[in-house]
Design a protein around this ligand. Structure first.
Ligand code: KG4
Ligand code: ZN
Length: 361
């Protein structure tokens, strides 16, 4: 089965064509083509994503990417495609609509079914796929989804059955990374920059000003989290030191390291809580922040040392950020497992900015 998928929920325009084959113990995916255009540099001057600019860029990029995607897959048109899948939430509604309208047009012109996909299900499912295979999935699966818009623990008790165990009560962790990066004078998106500075500071620990940031909600027995206070603590600590211009490069590195340590320690404690409470057999992390080396290593150490019977899935790095492959994989998984519920009449597909995948337990 072959799916063409479109992703426009934020500032990445993505189109991919993916084949999926049902095997005895899972699904084998092959990516025929994958195109992705990031608008990050355009949004950099706003320090975050500006929804109407994102929409305008998606509308401009989509026809160009479609041509490129078909050419890369050595296809003339969409005749051999079995369906068109598109992200319909969560995300920025103007951005989502541009993908939905485009998907509707090509589905009509190729006379193919249209499927509406949840972006977070894309992050979750694609993070379990390894070298193109989705196999040996052991339920229940606990997922920690960490991105620019979301930070949540989701339990998948069987295919397509999701329960929310906890989430951030305010900022998403990626948003906190980006805001703290901005305070430190680093460009948007700031997560990878903080991560690099923090690693450097860990390699060179001799310079320390004794900066200590809070670990919000770390002792609390729920799986909920909070990152807004941590961000404010960085702001006050910077102010106490007379602002960013008074910091040496080493001191900036210490801010990045301490912030990343605080976030990671919260994730370790909350993951321990969520794994114990859910009796999960598999643990997976997904979303843009899942590319963070320190978070990956620390969660890996937690599983190896404290939960050796739980299977750990760290996503391949190329799949952590937004892309259309993950949208195609969700569509294929549902169709190959004979769940047709995502196929909707054209008129019924609409953008849902706060679309949730899982209801709270
Ligand atoms: O999943 P994603 O691509 O988009 C959303 O759905 O939001 O996540 C983007 C977020 C941004 O906040 C970005 O700064 C963060 O992921 N990010 C990182 C790293 N790479 C990307 N955060 C920390 N460390 C990284 N290495
Ligand atoms: Zn995302």
């Amino acid at each position: 089965m072959r799916i063409l998928a479109i992703e426009t929920s934020c500032d990445e325009t993505g189109i991919a064509i993916v084949d999926g084959i049902l095997k005895e113990d899972g699904i084998q995916f092959s990516v025929l083509s994958n195109t992705l255009l990031s608008q990050a540099t355009l949004h950099a001057e706003f320090g975050g994503v500006y929804p109407n600019l994102a929409k305008r860029e998606h509308i401009k990029n989509l026809p160009v990417l479609l041509k490129q995607t078909l050419t890369e897959a050595h296809l003339q048109d969409g005749k051999t495609v079995d369906g068109v899948a598109v992200t319909h939430g969560p995300g920025l509604e103007p951005a989502l609509w541009s993908g939905i309208e485009f998907a509707k047009r090509i589905a009509i012109s190729w006379d193919k079914p249209l499927l509406s996909i949840n972006h977070m299900e894309g992050h979750l499912i694609s993070s379990i796929v390894k070298h193109g295979f989705l196999e040996n999935v052991r339920f229940p699966v606990l997922a920690l989804l960490i991105s620019g818009g979301h930070t949540e623990f989701v339990l998948m008790s069987k295919w397509f059955s999701y329960t929310l165990l906890g989430k951030t009560l305010d900022d998403a962790v990626g948003e906190a990374f980006d805001k703290v990066a901005r305070m430190l004078g680093l460009p948007y998106p700031g997560g990878p920059h903080i991560s690099r500075m923090a690693s450097e500071a860990r390699r060179n620990p001799s310079t320390t000003t004794g900066l200590k940031l809070p670990r919000p909600m770390i002792g609390n027995q729920t799986c909920d989290m909070s990152f807004s206070g941590l961000k404010t603590a960085v702001l006050y600590a910077l102010r106490d030191k007379g602002g960013i211009k008074n910091l040496t490069i080493n001191e900036q590195g210490e801010f990045a390291r301490e912030f990343e340590d605080a976030v990671t320690e919260v994730f370790i404690s909350k993951t321990r809580q969520a794994l114990t409470q859910s009796k999960a057999k598999m643990f997976v992390i997904g979303g843009g922040v899942a590319a963070n080396t320190h978070i990956r290593h620390s969660l890996e150490a937690l599983i190896v040392n404290e939960f050796p019977d739980i299977a750990l899935h760290l996503p391949e790095l190329f799949i952590t950020g937004d892309n259309a492959i993950m949208i195609a994989e969700v569509a294929l998984l549902h169709l190959l497992r004979e769940d047709w519920s995502l196929t909707r009449p054209q008129g019924e597909i609409r953008a849902i900015g706060n679309l949730s995948m899982a209801s709270k337990k």
